[in-house]
Structures are given as structure tokens and as C-alpha cells.
Design a binder for this molecule. Structure first.
Ligand SMILES: Cc1cc2nc3c(=O)[nH]c(=O)nc-3n(C[C@H](O)[C@H](O)[C@H](O)COP(=O)(O)O)c2cc1C
Length: 311
């Protein structure tokens, strides 16, 4: 079940070939058959597109399949679509590991559609604001880009900004089509941002927020303007986004600190906040910072100041 229930992965031991079915595939039609016969960046980009559009909802199953595959001696991976891997197996396994864990980069996709350019102006401002905050950003107009290509970019993007103006009390059909497609592919661990221009009732932004929330994304405050945004409105939108990005970064830091493990430099014991220290009456979920000052290492009795953060 790495894609459909009837998909089987077969290992042919005497030739060390993994017939991997949908896993590790690409939608490439070429006269070449092997991964060392075309530029690697093209094959990996195609593998990313295939994963984002076909395999993404099955990350947990991919993880299980990777675990099984790690026990096998594999010299060739022959998927049912695309080129056969014989040289770059470590590279594609590494990508699958990241993708299937929903690992993302500090990268934003700003996806939008616009009738007369007002939402497009917001998209431009949002793209620039992400970039100036040090977040790699890409603006994508749904009129010109197929939703399957949006998914390729979105696969590794932590921030997903979606914009639409309001048309007859709704978002634009292209945006709603994209959101339906994206929701079905179930990307996880993202930050969403809804934006758009409107005339009087302005339902589009609320509807986008509803879908992003339904996807389980944490939301940044929405950006909404009436009709054509003035320079001042764009400036304010940029300022608000900059602030919410900064606030989010500091919340992220706090979250990281809460989950940070610490090692006792005396005996090597590792304090894991997820587990706590039940024998010392420390509940699971207690960060190292929140441990009482008189807490000591349960193994060797060393004090808190003899612990160092684990990388
Ligand atoms: C056919 C049509 C229907 C519209 N319906 C609504 C509506 O129901 N509610 C609303 O707030 N604005 C509505 N608008 C106004 C647009 O949302 C507004 O002009 C917006 O600035 C357009 O932004 P855009 O250039 O990004 O498409 C409508 C505009 C058109 C042309």
C-alpha cells in the first residue's frame, strides 16, 4: 500500500533488484533507461514531482517500506514508472526519507489567482516580505502553472500562502480546485497564510483559511484588502507579515527548547522531555528548563548544570 492496495514490491534476491512499483518512480518518458544516463537534477526533480502528486498521502507506508528495504542488499531499484536506479540509490533513498517525514525547508510558495491584479499585487508583496525575512519564496500564478507543478514546489515548503479575490461570494474556481487537490494529498506540518482582495463581502479569504485549517496547518494572520491596494496598504501588509513571521520564529524557538534533549556529561544519561523522569516525579512533557533546580541525574546523581544540550 505505498500507493494502491494492489501495488506489490518485489525483491529479486539473486540479482539484488528491488522492483519497487510506485515508490521511487517518475513520470519520465525517455530513450534512456538508467539514472546515470540523464542529469541527476532533472531525475530528482521528476521524482519529487511524482512523490508530491502520487505518493505524498502515504508517508507512513513509505517509512515502513524504507525500513524493510534497509535490510536488503539492493543494487538496482526498478520502479514501475520512469528511470531505473542503479547509481544514485543513496540519493533517492535520502530524498524519500525526508519527503515521507514531511521534512520542509525555510521556503514559501505563494499561490494565487487574480482577476484584475489586486490579489497579484498582494502576492508580490508577500513574496518580497518572505524573501527579506530570509525565507526563500516563490510566487505561482494558477492561471499559468498546473497544480501538479505547484505541488512539486510545495512538497518541501514550510510556508504555504494562498490568495484569491472574491467572486460571487466565493474564492476563484482555480484556487478552490487547487486547494481541493492539495488537501487530498495531505501535506503536513505547514504554516498557512490566506490573502486576497475583495469588493464588499470578501468571503474568499475566510474560505481559504477554512481549508488550510482543515489541512491541519497552523495559520499566520490573514491579509485582506478592499479593491486595489494602495502603496500604504501594501506597506502595512508587509509590516504585519514581517511581525507575524518574527513572532512565529520565536514561538518555534520556544517549541524547540521544550523538546530539546540534554545529556549528562558525567554518565551519558540523556534527559528526554517527551519521557520526563517518572521515578524522580517529573512528568512527561517537562522541558529541561522547567526541571526543578535540585533535580539530579537519575543514574549518577550529577546536578543539572552538568548537562549539555544534545545536537
Ligand atoms: C463578477 C464579479 C463578482 C464579484 N463578486 C464579489 C463578491 O461577491 N464579493 C466581494 O466582496 N467582491 C466581489 N467582487 C469584487 C472583487 O473581489 C474585487 O474587485 C477585487 O478587488 C478583485 O481582485 P482581483 O483583481 O485580485 O481579482 C466581484 C467582482 C466581479 C468582477
Amino acid at each position: 500500500m505505498v500507493h494502491w492496495p494492489d501495488n506489490m514490491v518485489t525483491y529479486y534476491g539473486s540479482e539484488k533488484i528491488l522492483f519497487s512499483n510506485d515508490a521511487f518512480g517518475q513520470h519520465i518518458a525517455s530513450a534512456e533507461r538508467f539514472d546515470d544516463q540523464l542529469p541527476l537534477d532533472i531525475i530528482l526533480e521528476e521524482a519529487q514531482k511524482y512523490y508530491a502528486n502520487i505518493v505524498l498521502p502515504y508517508g507512513k507506508q513509505v517509512q515502513m517500506a524504507l525500513e524493510v528495504a534497509s535490510e536488503l542488499d539492493i543494487e538496482v531499484i526498478a520502479p514501475s514508472h520512469g528511470l531505473i536506479w542503479r547509481t544514485h540509490i543513496p540519493e533517492i533513498i535520502d530524498r524519500y526519507n525526508g519527503w515521507s517525514k514531511n521534512k520542509t525547508e525555510e521556503k514559501a510558495v505563494v499561490v494565487y489567482d487574480s482577476m484584475w491584479g489586486s490579489t497579484a499585487e498582494l502576492a508580490e508583496t508577500i513574496e518580497k516580505t518572505f524573501t527579506s525575512a530570509g525565507i526563500n519564496a516563490k510566487k505561482i500564478n494558477l492561471e499559468k502553472t498546473h497544480i501538479s507543478d505547484v505541488m512539486t514546489d510545495l512538497l518541501t515548503a514550510r510556508y504555504i500562502a494562498v490568495g484569491s479575490s472574491t467572486l460571487n461570494n466565493n474564492m476563484l474556481p482555480s484556487v478552490s480546485g487547487f486547494l481541493t487537490y492539495m488537501r487530498g494529498l495531505a501535506p503536513e506540518n505547514r504554516l498557512g497564510l490566506a490573502f486576497g482582495s475583495y469588493g464588499w463581502s470578501g468571503e474568499s479569504v475566510v474560505q481559504i483559511m477554512d481549508v488550510l485549517t482543515d489541512c491541519g496547518f497552523k495559520l499566520l494572520p490573514e491579509i485582506k484588502v478592499q479593491y486595489r491596494p494602495s502603496d500604504k496598504m501594501l506597506e502595512n501588509a508587509a509590516e504585519d507579515l514581517k511581525e507575524s513571521l518574527e513572532q512565529n520564529l520565536s514561538e518555534d524557538e520556544k517549541e524547540k527548547e521544550k523538546a530539546q534533549k540534554y545529556r549528562c556529561e558525567t554518565c551519558g544519561y540523556i534527559y528526554n522531555p517527551e519521557k520526563g523522569d517518572p521515578e524522580g516525579d517529573i512528568k512527561p512533557g517537562t522541558s529541561f528548563e522547567d526541571l526543578p533546580d535540585d533535580w539530579v541525574c537519575p543514574i549518577c546523581g550529577a546536578s543539572k548544570d552538568l548537562f549539555l544540550a544534545v545536537d
